[in-house]
Design a protein around this ligand. Structure first.
Ligand SMILES: NC(=O)c1ccc[n+]([C@@H]2O[C@H](COP(=O)([O-])OP(=O)(O)OC[C@H]3O[C@@H](n4cnc5c(N)ncnc54)[C@H](O)[C@@H]3O)[C@@H](O)[C@H]2O)c1
Length: 257
């Protein structure tokens, strides 16, 4: 992809799953990668380095403003630029509305949504200096559709779309774009745990539950983290500069708006 080689990207929540694959794909494109997570990032860092790029792990809880500013500073000191910021860290929750405690609501909101505001705020001044930047924010098809007993998840993923549009109009004139991605079911630990839970409460096996969902996906397969990573790489590239403020579905044809 054009214009990615030599850039510096930060990817939150990239110890595993979609985030890890985004790092690996950007590494393949010659991007230097800051692998950011509350968990051990060494597996992702090793993968990126094996692909021939520079990579460094950063321990960060994305809900902590002070830590965010420290990590942004450390990345900038290391590579003297930050071009791409992928807000990927997120948690799923399926609790019935009446059972969602205020603490749970705040936790899901802080990780899935407020963190994106805090991270963006910290890195914007660096991007502005170069008059170039790319934000890619992970929403979900749950940001457009509604699912029963997912009030916290659906609300926060919809909020990501509003945040992304606000960034897009404010930063567009400065050469910085912001776009959101709305994945359907992607084969990761998060999906497996979710489906196991749903299978349990519906009294079926994990395989039976997965098969029933699969039947609803027009392309007849689940998404892979690499599908999402390819879209992120494109949105981060030079050629995607006219795409701004969008909420792009990547779901095999499940959602049409
Ligand atoms: N897997 C799917 O089907 C799917 C579908 C739609 C959207 N998404 C979204 O994609 C993103 C990645 O999902 P995934 O399936 O790879 O999930 P995952 O659970 O496999 O990975 C999420 C990562 O985020 C990290 N994380 C969680 N809280 C954090 C915090 N406070 N600070 C820093 N890191 C933190 C975790 O340690 C983990 O490494 C999430 O935002 C998720 O909502 C996933």
């Amino acid at each position: 992809m054009k214009g990615l080689k030599g850039r510096v990207a930060c990817v939150t929540g990239s110890a595993q799953g979609i985030g890890q694959e985004i790092c690996a794909r950007l590494a393949e494109e010659g991007v230097r990668v800051a692998v950011i997570d509350i968990r051990d990032t060494s597996q992702t860092v090793d993968r990126c380095r094996e692909l021939g790029t520079e990579a460094e792990g950063f321990h960060l809880d994305v809900t902590k403003k002070d830590q965010i500013h420290q990590v942004v500073q450390q990345v900038f000191e290391k590579w003297e630029r930050i071009d791409i910021w992928v807000n990927n860290a997120g948690i799923f929750d399926n609790t019935a509305t009446v059972d969602v405690s205020e603490e749970l609501w705040d936790r899901v909101s802080d990780i899935n949504y407020k963190s994106m505001f805090l991270c963006s705020q910290a890195v914007i001044p660096i991007m502005e200096k170069n008059q170039w930047g790319r934000f890619v924010n992970l929403s979900s098809m749950a940001g457009k559709m509604a699912y029963s007993e997912e009030i916290a998840y659906c609300s926060t993923k919809a909020a990501v779309l509003g945040l992304t549009r606000a960034l897009a109009v404010e930063l567009g004139p400065k050469g910085i774009t912001a776009n959101a991605i709305c994945p359907g079911p992607i084969e990761t630990e998060m999906l497996k745990n979710t489906y196991q839970h749903l299978a349990d409460i519906n009294g079926v096996t994990l395989e039976e539950w997965s098969t029933s969902i699969l039947k609803t996906i027009p392309v007849a397969r689940f998404g892979k983290p690499a599908d999402v990573a390819a879209l992120v790489a494109f949105l981060a590239s030079e050629e995607a500069g006219f795409i701004n403020g969008q909420a792009i579905n990547i779901d095999g044809g499940l959602v049409f708006y």
